[in-house]
Design a protein around this ligand. Sequence first.
Ligand SMILES: NC(=O)c1ccc[n+]([C@@H]2O[C@H](COP(=O)([O-])OP(=O)(O)OC[C@H]3O[C@@H](n4cnc5c(N)ncnc54)[C@H](OP(=O)(O)O)[C@@H]3O)[C@@H](O)[C@H]2O)c1
Length: 288
Amino acid sequence: MTDIAKAGIFTLGGRAVNRMGYGAMQLAGPGVFGPPKDPDQARAVLREAVACGVNHIDTSDFYGPYVVNQLIREALHPYPDGLVIVTKVGAVRGADASWNPAQSPAELTSAVHDNLRNLKLDVLDVVNLRITGAVHAPSEASIAERFEALAALQGQGLIRHLGLSNVTSAQVAEARGIAPVVCVQNLYNLVQRGDDALLNELDEAGIAYVPFFPLGGFSPLQSQALSDVAESLGATPMQVALAWLLQRAPNILLIPGTSSLGHLRENLAAAELALPEDALALLDEIGE
Ligand SMILES: NC(=O)c1ccc[n+]([C@@H]2O[C@H](COP(=O)([O-])OP(=O)(O)OC[C@H]3O[C@@H](n4cnc5c(N)ncnc54)[C@H](OP(=O)(O)O)[C@@H]3O)[C@@H](O)[C@H]2O)c1
């Protein structure tokens, strides 16, 4: 079995987590809507992740909606000591599978209570405020009212730590003026590196950077250079993409998503893959 601790650990909200984690979004049905075709398989993926040492799982009540949190509860509750479940709030799903902003203080409060109920927790480990706007790219606007609403719920003891998603550097600074921010979850991977400056800034501040779509998301990364490097190392392209992120900065925590046990094991094995300098040089040319 892979020793995922080889990827190192990071202190997320005062708790040490393996830098190799798991993102649960892919466990819902097609379009992240409705139940999966095989719920037993979905629960098996979650149990296998934890059995392999994953102690950082990313989720949301948007996934399904509710389906993924319920699968997590069914598969893993009572949760093992040390497991950090990070959820996010700020949207709701329509009956047509649409993703709709839900960012008023009342909607955020209701989302926190939904997550507590669906995950069967008295307190959520980490809640990310997911800013909507452009779909997968942040846009400038004050987030103070929204973050203050979550900070108030933290003050009531319903949330241990706060994070942000789909945000700019200015929004991180604004939020940090209200309450501590332990993680930021933005789009970033081997190809899409628009967040380099923010990633470096958060590294200096000791804040975790958790890239979403680390494998490219719904269309996994494809590149000849990536395939060539993978072949030369006897690894798969997805493993190289994950290993590159691990080597990019020590504050990067990985949450690759998969609904497959085979892909899960393949992805976790990237924790043991060290990329040599010549491979890094070739991979550096892929970035946008
Ligand atoms: N904050 C946000 O706005 C936001 C947005 C998106 C996602 N997220 C979080 O980030 C996590 C990761 O993102 P993601 O799952 O969307 O994208 P991802 O991790 O970049 O890629 C997942 C896709 O890659 C496939 N895949 C996974 N491992 C593979 C492998 N070894 N070989 C070939 N294909 C593989 C998966 O299909 P299979 O199921 O077939 O393996 C799935 O289609 C999510 O689970 C979610 O928790 C957050």
